[in-house]
Structures are given as C-alpha cells and as structure tokens.
Design a protein around this ligand. Structure first.
Ligand SMILES: Nc1nc2c(c(=O)[nH]1)N[C@H]1C(S)=C(S)[C@@H](COP(=O)(O)O)O[C@H]1N2
Ligand SMILES: [Mo]
Length: 525
C-alpha cells in the first residue's frame, strides 16, 4: 500500500495539527458563547476580549475605525479578535505536534485570557468567569482528543502495523483513521457553528415584554404630520424606534430585567435613596420631544434621531435627594459599567432632562437602554444619554472622571447647530426639471430660525421649514429647485434662534462635535 495514500490533498501532516487545534479552539469558543448566552452574554470569550480591546483603544484609533467602518466597527472588531485567536491556536497546534503538554497548556492559557478579560469588565461577577472556564476546559479536551486521532493516523502512516496498538478501539487501516479524523473535524465544526448560533439567539437584544407604562401626567398633543408625506426621501419627523441610530460600547445589548433593577441617587446629596422600577413609574411622568445626537456624527452623518420620550424629570429626582451645593457633576452609571458625566446644571434647570422609560409610545427597547436611560436636551449623547441607567452619583468634575472624559473627549459638549441634506442623496442622478431638496436641521436648546440652500455659486435661498415641535427637536425643511442639466453642488446651512449662523469651516467630530456645512454633488440629465 503506498504510504502517501492517507495524505489528503498531498498536504503536509503538520498543517493538520495547526488546523485541528484552531478547529478545537473555534468549537471551544462556540461552547463558551453558548454558556455565556445562558448565564451572562457579555462574558462570551470573544466578546469579553473585544470589549477590553474597545476600552483600551486610544481615542484617535477608535475615531478612525468609526469613520472607516461606521457601525460595522463592532462586527469587524469581533471578526479580528476571532481570527487572531484562531491563528494563535493554529500556531499552538504546531507546537503541540511535538510537545503535547506544552501545546495544550498554551491553548488553555489562550482561553484564559478571555477569563481575564471578563474579569476586567467594570461590572464583572463570578458568573462571568464561567464561559471562559468552559472554553478552556472544552478547548484543551477537544484539542487533546483530536490531536490524539492525528497521532494515531500518522503512526500508521509511518508504520501500517503501529495503529493497531495505539488504542483498544483502533482497528482497521489508514483509511478508517482518516475517516475518523474527518468526522471529528466535522464534529468540532458543528459544535462551533451550533454554539455560536444558539448563543447568539439566547442573547439577542429583544424588546422587553410585559411592561405597561403609565400615561404622562403632562401629555403632549399629538405630533403634527411631517414633511415625509410630501417630500420623498426626507427623514421622518419622528424616527421609528427600529430605525433609531444606536451608539454604545456594548458588544452584547444588555438585557436588564426590571425585577432586580433599581435606580440609586447618591454621592454628594443630603438624602440618598434607591427606587425600584415600579416606584420610578409611580412618580409624575412627563412627555418630551427631543432629538438625540451623537458627537461622533460627521457633517451629513446618520447618528441622529428624534423621538417622543416618556419619563421622570431628573430635576424631581435630584431635588428629592438634595444635591449639596459644591457638586457640579452627576456621574451616571449603567448596569454594564459605563460612566457618563453631565453637569448638575443641565439636569436641574428648566430644560427638563429626563430619566426616560418610554420611547415613541413603547417601553425603551433594550438597545436604547431598557429599563431606564437619561435624555438631556441640548447635550450630545456621550454626556447626557446614559442607557441602562442604574445610578446617578452627585460629585465634582475635579473628583471623578467619566469614561469618555478619560479618553479626552470634551467635558462640556452642547450640541452644535447642524443641517443635513437628506434628498437628493450625494451623487444621485435626476432628470432636469423640478427637484425637491429636503433635509433636517437641529440646534437643540436654541431652536432653528432659518435654513438656507445654495446651488453651485448661486445665492443662498431660504428653505421652507416643516412643523415645529420645540427647540429641542429637529426641523425638517425643503426647497423646490428648477434643476438644469449638468453637475451641481448643493449646500445647506442653518441659523439658530439666537441669530447664530452655522459656521462653514469643517471640524472633526473629536473632541466636541463636527462643524461645517453639508455639501453634496448631484448630476442632472
Ligand atoms: N450605557 C451606555 N450608555 C450610552 C452609551 C454607551 O456606550 N453606554 N453611549 C452614549 C452615546 S455616545 C450616545 S450618542 C447615545 C446613543 O443613544 P442611542 O443608542 O439610544 O441612540 O447613548 C449614550 N449612552
Ligand atoms: Mo455618542
């Protein structure tokens, strides 16, 4: 019998050790992901390492990633962590070929980095260590088993008689050894796929069920119909929850149950207190139309949404606790360990910031912070919109620093006046004749006075504004344009109600939000 027969694809046997170990690692990660789905989604090995990478990434690199990949940055990060781990496992497999104990020990160590990462999470508990341990245990056992099968196959390859005494069940020829290896590989692949799929299903950020929100004590009139019924392609006046942008550092959407949840107001206060979800709902509820904006939004970018929020005034909560005179910062904490700093002033003045529990007539979706979040009119989300809120700590800016502050973002970040062209889209082609130019403009806490549009080097033309839902809400706008064939550039700029004109010069989103006019180019045929 020719010796080469058992070598599939003529590949060197060493590669099998690398691939087998990587496969065992993938299966182990799948098992860890499944276990995490059952006990604690954020502690899934790959995700725990990913979260640690996010927190450790310098701000400029993070900004670059957001600019390059947008909200795909998370899948790309997770993919990179997974590929890196598989490559390392492959390398370890080569070591394990000749030095089995060392190789398996290295593999166990690799898995244990995820235990370390889970431990580093700001809110980790003992339960978060279980998925990493499961990964390490399964990985070492599976790799040991699979590499044993390879040894057996290889031994027979060198000496066809040797396989017979490699184990009690080892029988038959090299072909059956090979079949056994392939079955084992398929099995490990199936474990990897099943584990990650089931784990994902278990940890999906579904909408909370079984929650009924009270009516607002001060209900708002129904929001007027927006321009979206007449201007095709313009942002809806109210952003549906399912289309609302999502920005946070969480790799798994936290699923917080109202049962164990509570909100604590403490720190530099006279009367610290903790309330349950039901107690929060029993407080006077108000409704507010507020447009939320992310500081990372580029000029013309998508990280903005407008909703009707239902909640309790932060002012009421903080007055009940009695913030001591020296405190200038409320450091809010989320269930997954995020810290966000907001000026006491912004949470107690008459802008009426909210601890929101409802969004557009529904309980907050999990991805937007269920059971409760902060919504502060006029401030970018990273300094006023804490999701999965659980604690508001009165303190000073001198004493404590929040997550983004430590990463050099602005401490005080009021939303800058901005305007965006929604339709036509950049690089669109349209037929000559009437083209509707439309979009949104916002200047939370100041309000929009006027929006102007310029075609090429022409004069600024005043656009027609859509309905008004208050200074904290965006305004839709449109201008009918008689478009002539050719390439044209369209620009927009807004003026706020204080008379301030949106500046032309572009700035980067870091550290306090992007400035500049939104300009697009379209072709008219
Ligand atoms: N717990 C938590 N809350 C958070 C964040 C976060 O990373 N974690 N990101 C903030 C940022 S940067 C923004 S812009 C808003 C976005 O809220 P949304 O995802 O509901 O649109 O949430 C804020 N609240
Ligand atoms: Mo943000």
């Amino acid at each position: 019998m020719p010796q080469r027969q058992t070598r599939p694809d003529g590949r060197p046997r060493r590669l099998w050790y690398a691939e087998g170990t990587a496969l065992a690692a993938a299966a182990a990660a799948g098992v860890g992901h499944l276990v995490a789905g059952l006990v604690s989604p954020e502690s899934s090995p790959v995700l725990a390492v990913g979260s640690t990478v996010i927190d450790a990434t310098p701000t400029p690199v993070k900004e670059w990633a957001v600019a390059q990949f947008g909200t795909a940055d998370k899948p790309i990060l997770i993919g990179s962590v997974a590929i890196g781990a598989l490559l390392l496992a492959g390398g370890i497999g080569l070591v394990a070929r000749t030095r089995r104990t060392l190789g398996l020990a290295l593999l166990g160590t690799l898995a244990f980095t995820s235990v370390g990462a889970a431990l580093l999470r700001p809110t980790s508990t003992a339960v978060d260590l279980i998925p990493g341990f499961a990964t390490a245990l399964f990985g070492v056992l599976a790799a040991g088993w699979f590499l044993g099968l390879l040894d057996q196959w290889g031994a027979r390859d060198r000496d066809p008689a040797a396989g017979a005494d490699a184990g009690a069940t080892a029988s038959g020829d090299g072909r059956s050894d090979r079949r056994r290896v392939l079955f084992a590989a398929a099995g490990l692949g199936a474990v990897a796929a099943t584990g990650s799929t089931l784990g994902k299903a278990l940890s999906r950020g579904a909408s909370p069920s079984g929650v009924t929100l009270p009516a607002a004590a001060e209900a708002l009139p129904t929001l007027p119909g927006g321009l979206e019924s007449t201007v095709r392609g313009i942002s809806a006046f109210r952003t549906p929850n399912a289309q609302f942008y999502r920005i946070d550092t969480a790799l798994v959407i936290p699923r917080v149950s109202t049962d164990g949840w509570s909100l604590t107001i403490d720190g530099d206060v006279e009367r610290p207190f903790t309330i349950t979800y039901d107690e929060l709902l029993a407080m006077p509820m108000v409704e507010r139309d507020i447009t939320l904006t992310c500081v990372s939004n580029e000029v013309g970018g998508p990280y903005i949404g407008a909703a009707r929020w239902l909640g309790v005034r932060t002012k009421d909560l903080l007055e009940r606790a009695g913030v001591r005179p020296g405190a200038d910062q409320i450091l809010s904490h989320s269930t997954e360990g995020m810290t966000i700093s907001t000026p006491v002033q912004a949470l107690t003045d008459d802008r009426e910031a909210l601890v929101a529990v409802g969004m557009n007539g529904e309980p907050l979706p999990n991805r937007h912070g269920f059971p409760a979040r902060l919504v502060t009119p006029g401030l970018y989300g990273f300094v006023g919109a804490t999701k999965w809120l659980t604690r508001m700590e009165a303190t000073t800016y001198a004493a404590k620093r929040a997550y983004w502050t430590e990463r050099d973002w602005a401490t005080d970040a009021p939303i800058l006046t901005q305007s965006r062209i929604d339709t036509p889209r950049g690089l669109d082609r349209r037929d000559a004749g009437q083209v509707m130019i439309g979009g949104v403009a916002w200047a939370q806490q100041r309000g929009i006075a006027q929006v102007e549009v310029r075609v090429d080097d022409g004069p600024w033309q005043v656009a027609t504004l859509g309905p008004d839902a208050g200074i904290d809400y965006w305004r839709q706008w449109y201008l009918a344009w008689d478009a002539a064939p050719g390439r044209h550039s369209l620009s927009v700029r807004a003026t706020d109600l204080t008379g301030e004109l949106q500046p032309e010069g572009r700035t980067t989103p870091f550290p306090e939000g992007a400035r500049g006019w939104h300009t697009i180019v379209v072709t008219i045929d």
